[in-house]
Write a protein that binds this ligand. Structure first.
Ligand code: GSH
Length: 205
C-alpha cells in the first residue's frame, strides 16, 4: 500500500498512528506530498486532491482519514482500534467524529488566517473559534470515557489536540491567564498521550 501524506497534516498523522499501532508499517510505503503544490498529481490519485490518500495493492484508492483508518483496522483482528459491536463501538466512532470536527475547525481557521486580511471572513473565523472552544469543553466533560485501552478515539483526539498545540496553541489556554488550560484534565491527558513513541515519531515538523 502507498500512503500519500504530509508531516504537518493532522489527518495524515491520524492514519500514520493507526498504521503504527496496528503494526502495518512494513506494508505501507509513505510518499510525502504537499497538497497545495502537488495538486495536479494528487488529483490524479484522489479527485478531492487531498491527503491522506491510501492506494491499495490492487490500485484502489481510499480517502478520507476515517475511511482509511477503518479499513486499516479491519485488516487484522489484533489490537482492534474500533472494538466491540454495541455501544462501545459507537462511542469510539462518535469520539472520532468529535475530534475530526475539532481538527476541521482548527484547519479551516489556520488556512483562513493565511489569506490576506481583505479576503478573510471574520464571521467564519469566529464560528470556527467557537466550535473549537465548544468541543474542548465537551471533551473535558466526557474525558473519563477515554479510560482504558488505546482506540481510534484516543488517536483522533491526540491528533486534534496535537494540531491545536502545533498551530493554534493559544486556543488551548485561558486568554486572560495563558498558564491556565481551558480544559485542564484534557490537557493532562494529552501531555501524557503525546509521549507515546508513535506520537513522538509522527510529531509535525
Ligand atoms: N476530511 C478529510 C480532510 C483531509 C484534508 O483536508 N487534508 C488537507 C491537508 S491537512 C488537504 O489535503 N488540503 C488540501 C486542500 O484542501 O486542497 C480527512 O479526514 O482526511
Amino acid at each position: 500500500m502507498k500512503l500519500y501524506y504530509s508531516n504537518t497534516s493532522p489527518y495524515s498523522r491520524k492514519v500514520r498512528l493507526v498504521i503504527n499501532m496496528k503494526g502495518l508499517d512494513k506494508q505501507v510505503e509513505n510518499i510525502l506530498m504537499n497538497p497545495f503544490e502537488d495538486k495536479t498529481k494528487l488529483k490524479a490519485i484522489n479527485p478531492l486532491g487531498k491527503i491522506p490518500s491510501l492506494v491499495l495493492d490492487d490500485n484502489e484508492v481510499l480517502f478520507d482519514s476515517p475511511v482509511i483508518c477503518h479499513y486499516l483496522d479491519s485488516l487484522s483482528e489484533e489490537k482492534p482500534l474500533i472494538p466491540g459491536k454495541g455501544w462501545e463501538k459507537w462511542l469510539v466512532l462518535r469520539w472520532e467524529a468529535l475530534a475530526d470536527g475539532l481538527t476541521d475547525a482548527a484547519y479551516n481557521l489556520v488556512v483562513e488566517r493565511r489569506r490576506s486580511a481583505s479576503e478573510q471572513s471574520t464571521s467564519a473565523m469566529s464560528q470556527w473559534t467557537d466550535e473549537i472552544q465548544q468541543v474542548l469543553r465537551e471533551m473535558e466533560i466526557r474525558l473519563t470515557e477515554l479510560d482504558g485501552e488505546i482506540t481510534l478515539a484516543h488517536i483522533a483526539v491526540g491528533t486534534a489536540i496535537g494540531y491545536l498545540d502545533f498551530r493554534l496553541s493559544e486556543l488551548l489556554y485561558d486568554s486572560s491567564c495563558p498558564q491556565i488550560a481551558v480544559s485542564p484534565n484534557l490537557m493532562s491527558w494529552y501531555e501524557s498521550f503525546q509521549t507515546h513513541p508513535f506520537m513522538l515519531a509522527t510529531r509535525p515538523v
